[in-house]
Design a binder for this molecule. Structure first.
Ligand SMILES: C[S@@+](CC[C@H](N)C(=O)[O-])C[C@H]1O[C@@H](n2cnc3c(N)ncnc32)[C@H](O)[C@@H]1O
Length: 392
């Protein structure tokens, strides 16, 4: 036997001498392959590891695309067809599932703040949020927040519901800021944002405004806490002293003492993708609060699904439609301009589309530019012909 044959025999004897050992190795290899298959399947199903990160990668569903096209084409019949229940994306349900969660747990309670902040006053909510934000990673832009989500820096469901489609998430704050600025918001304006969501707009607003000027309402305490911690950030909370409420009654009075003086009243109120989910009753409460708790020169900029004179597709239900602190469905609603004008008139207010309010913006490709993020704006102001009384 030459030297090479000896080496070969040694190798064979090491690995093949025992049939038992050989079978065990084959079994081990099989187990490893099966385990790896499970890992691959898990990763495919769970995307980048955050339990709800599927939402981050989800392409807009066909229904949502169809709806957007219908709205662009001014085809309200098609828009109606793809409104409400038709927008439910079966995959989206996975975003709400967390294998570690007790089945009884509310789907929106990821970090326990939903109940903790419910029905509490502004002072309590604001100081709890400040405490929660302490030591949390601050993302200086919604784009960085998204990157953080994808890099698995944020656990659990904190990246799950972004408050709108992912492809518009980073573009929204600059868009909102441009609209509000054009309509007259300055650093010293007192601003209320209704429906803060994950805080993508709150971040820019708070950074832009002077101290003590920003107030935000968001009944989903978990979403608010995540947004305030990661996108508003502890430093801005300390320096700019924003205030937050979780009330779901569109009650702007929570930010005031019993007798607010005129200077404390809001100059600007804004909502993005909120009137696209509200009932008419909720809008009426919203308008009553706006009339009462804003200065005579104030304006409300709120986005709607569609600026339309056609009221035949209007939502007349009494409940919020879409995800919120107490609802877990998807959907959008339409409120026509004649109804909005009438509701405003009852509250001593006047409503206009952004195109009517600021026709200079709509020149050239302006209509597309100012409405291209999915929802056009309407602007509501006090009717100067109505006498303005100081709120009692
Ligand atoms: C589609 S999201 C938009 C969030 C945010 N405006 C943005 O653009 O990212 C609608 C938000 O309104 C909140 N919301 C639901 N009911 C509300 C109510 N009664 N008052 C104020 N906000 C509410 C939801 O929890 C959700 O965060």
């Amino acid at each position: 036997m030459n030297q090479q044959q000896k080496i070969n025999l040694t190798r064979r004897s090491k690995y093949e001498a025992s049939p038992l050992l050989s079978r065990a190795r084959r079994n081990t290899v099989a187990v490893v392959i099966v385990a790896l298959s499970f890992v691959v399947l898990f990763v495919l199903n769970h995307d980048d590891g955050t339990s709800n990160s599927t939402a981050l990668r989800q392409k807009p569903s066909q229904s949502a695309d169809a709806l957007r096209k219908a709205i662009q084409d001014d085809d309200s019949v098609a828009a109606e067809k793809h409104t409400k229940t038709n927008l439910v994306d079966p995959e989206a349900k996975n975003n709400l599932e967390d294998p570690d969660e007790d089945e009884e747990t509310h789907p929106w309670s990821w970090i326990g703040y939903l109940d903790k902040l419910a029905n509490k006053d502004v002072e309590f909510v604001t100081s709890e949020l400040k405490e929660y934000a302490d030591g949390k990673t601050y993302y200086k832009s919604p784009a960085d927040f998204l990157k953080g989500c994808k890099a698995k820096e944020l656990p659990d469901k904190r990246c799950g519901f972004l408050g709108g489609p992912e492809d518009k998430f980073t573009a929204m704050a600059p868009h909102v800021m441009k609209v509000l600025h054009h309509l007259g918001m300055t650093e010293s304006s007192r601003v209320l944002e209704v429906g803060v969501g994950l805080g993508r707009n709150a971040q820019s607003l708070i950074n832009f405004l002077d101290e003590d000027k920003y107030c935000g309402i968001e009944p989903n305490g978990d979403m608010l806490a995540v947004g305030v911690a990661h996108m508003v950030g502890k430093k801005a909370i300390d320096e700019k002293r924003p205030m937050f409420s979780t009330n779901s009654d569109f009650d702007f009075g929570v930010f005031f003492d019993d007798e607010p003086d005129g200077n404390q009243l809001f100059d600007v109120v804004t909502s993005r993708s909120v009137w696209s989910h509200t009932s008419k009753m909720q809008n009426e409460k919203y308008l009553a609060s706006f009339a009462k708790y804003t200065k005579p020169t104030a304006f409300l900029a709120t986005s709607v699904i569609k600026v339309t004179e056609d009221c035949s597709k209007d939502y007349n239900g009494t409940e919020w439609v879409g995800k919120s602190h107490d609802a877990n469905n998807e959907g959008i609603v339409i409120h026509c301009m004649p109804w909005i004008r009438e509701a405003c008139a009852k509250a001593g207010l006047i409503a206009k589309s952004l195109a009517e309010e600021a026709p200079e913006l709509m020149k050239g490709d302006g209509v597309q530019k100012w409405n291209d993020l999915g929802q056009p704006w309407i602007v509501i102001r006090h009717d100067p012909s109505e006498s303005q009384e100081t709120p009692k």
